[in-house]
Design a protein around this ligand. Sequence first.
Ligand code: B3K
Ligand code: ZN
Length: 896
Amino acid sequence: MRKPIQQSDSEVPVSIYRKDYAPPNFWVDKVEMGFDLHPIRTHVATRLFMRRNPDRSENDLILFGEDIKLLQLRLNGVDLKKSAYRLTKECLTIVNAPDEVCLEVETTIAADKNTTMSGLYVSNGNFYTQCEAEGFRKITYFPDRPDVMASFTVMLRGDKDAYPVLLSNGNLIEQGDLGDGRHYAKWEDPFKKPSYLFALVAGKLVCQEEKFKLQSGRQVLLQVWVEPGNLDKTQHAMDSLKKSIRWDEQRFGLELDLDRFMIVATSDFNMGAMENKGLNIFNTKYVLANPRVATDTDYAGIESVVGHEYFHNWTGNRVTCRDWFQLSLKEGLTVFRDQEFSGDLVGTETGRAVKRIEDVRVLRQLQFSEDAGPMAHPVRPDSFVEINNFYTVTIYEKGAEVVRMYYTLLGHEGFRRGMDLYFQRHDGQAVTCDDFRVAMADANGRDLKQFERWYSQAGTPRVSAQGHYDGSKKTYSLSLTQSCPKTAGQSKKKPFHIPVAFGLIDVQGGEVPLQLEGDTIVARTKILELTRESQQFVFVNVEQDVTPSLLRNFSAPVILEFEYCDEQLAHLLAYDSDPFCRWEAGQRLAMRRLLNLVSAIQKGVPLSLDILFLDALKKTLIDTSLDPAFRELVLTLPSEAMIAEEMKVADPQGIHQARQFARAEIAQYLKSDLLQVYQDNQTPGKYSPDALSAGKRALKNCALAYLVEWAEKSTYELAYTQYQDAENMTDRMAALLAMLHCSSALDKVYRKTRNQVLLEFYKEFQNDALVIDKWFTLQATAPTTDVTQVRQLMQHKAFSMGNPNRARSLIFAFCNANPAQFHCADGSGYEFWADSVIALNKLNPQVAARLARSLDRWTKYPKAQQTRMKAALERVAKTKSLSKDVAEVISKALAI
Ligand code: B3K
Ligand code: ZN
């Protein structure tokens, strides 16, 4: 459907710059739309009521349109002749438009041919839309930019049998029969919104609905719409929605502003979900769950994504972005809000810490790597070629860390004051990241000018710390120095405003009361504000030598360097009162060893693990005073991707071997403890996804994954029995994973069982698309699966390139999560990658561009591999009809 922009070697993709922002020449007050739905030819009649922007001197009315057929244009009741407007591939300009405009536009759309899943498209016979960022222009000609906010009335007409359900934003104000086998529904959204929040859904759907009372006493209607046959999987999404509504009322005083709130699930979706006003459209992955088909991770994901989209209603919809460079204004803030929501729901201190650690792990593994690669960009980018490429971990996750730093600097109440002022000032407006920062500063009487650099400078800052204890003066001096590596277009960075949460642990493991020299306040944790390149902080009345606990709760998205010795790390792992730093100490101990193991493998010298490390792990494993979920996090070694990040030249096979060796050693050393933990953390009875039960299952299954590393019949059978007896998908999947992903010692003996189990599993779940996705991923990420096998799996009847979830479950899973096989020496992984990017580019440029990013870090590998990767990148670059989505990613990767 999408006509890709022609790219050739010499053509450089066109960039759009933030500095070029100008308000629109015309505002749109009201939009009336009529849809006659038909998969081959949907007819759209739009009436736009517009008026000149008095702040602009230009008279041209500019509307965007893409891949749609323009049938008619009428301006203030008069048909427009071709000479009265200019029409290009992407733009419709009405020259010298009058001050007041009523523009009638008729277009048609071939929704059934739209494989891009942007604009109006068909999935399983139903219609869906996706308009963010620039999909509305694939429906009609419109000033499709977020600063144009209008009220919408939408009339949907369609065949009664094929499309019994007709949904759009806001309230249903009328519906009825058209007498010719068709019917209609008219929707009105009482709030002004930018076009990217427009949505319609039509088709055969069923819903679970509930009336829900808001704190104010007002009653609202909540609905979760799914395809028939899925109503047994909607309860968790509905519960999550109710919790989200309540939470936003209690934590931020924000009420649902509509009388009706709908969630619709579709299996064809480019990302997780979309916050369209009153009509959120979701990937089925983030709606459908019951214990038979969904894991604890799925349950948690649903809760947080339902929350995220709901929270957008205020942070994104009521207050939106002036332009797409400000994307993190809504995304960073909403991720922060969904992270807090999940943390608050767990309720306990460690539960909250577990959530925090999981979030930090994602940030470090994905965002730090992005910030160090060719796609590095500031939280508020300065330019882009294709905005869809900028829905990144930097905008989302680093953006959320930036918001969290306000929270850390201003405190709970101070942050709430800032939020209140932000809404007071900007409700109903399209604003910038600066507006948010200024509201935070003004509400708290703080100067946050320097803080702006978090938005404008890319790259992960490094903070290096040095501590000195002076026994005679009883002082502890901490020196902090910051720097930030150069990134594309930014060679010199100015110092950031960095909150460093800090504590001191004494020899007995107790917390030292902290008092800064010249200060009277004593605290257990101090938020030190590092604003200059180097600063020194002196603490007084420190009675004995101490171990510093730095960057508590990960108070800033930085890399912290401190020369800890092993004993200090073991001490922190055992005693730090800050769970994040405690976990971090364990990770540092592990990382040091893993890097040593990789280097030993490269040199061909014998491998070993030391008792200090093994004992530290053992202590945590058997400490039943700790949350099972926390113990699981400590017992999980840094991922292969994290280890690669720490190396100058990555060695995927060496890393895999080193990590497997460490796992086997740990399994041997902790033999009986692992068995004990496995027995002690069973969760018999009715399945519940609550944090404690999920934590127990996580620890138990972590123990199982270690146990199979014994490479003995007994533990392998333990996994097999768990697989057969499992009463929920979490345990079933974990058992399968243990069997498929353990080291190869038992491979030959058990290959038959494994293949048998995979076949049985497929048979049992073949009608559950989300489970079959898991089945593909399990195989794609198994250490024994090579490129040839992945290509074979693509021939399986259940594989489909056109379904984003399926493509991700196999192709992305292999390219991103099976590094030792993907980076195999002959380069066949890269050829597979290039073939897949090229194939996806034709169908769905957004999904293709995501896959294109798997080779971002190609310069981090040995020279021979670099040559092969570069050849694959160049092959993609030379492809005819390359979309600008893919072209941008590839050209940036090659420009390095
Ligand atoms: N705002 C959407 C993402 C839209 C992506 C467009 N390529 C989902 C979210 O962040 O909530
Ligand atoms: Zn979002």
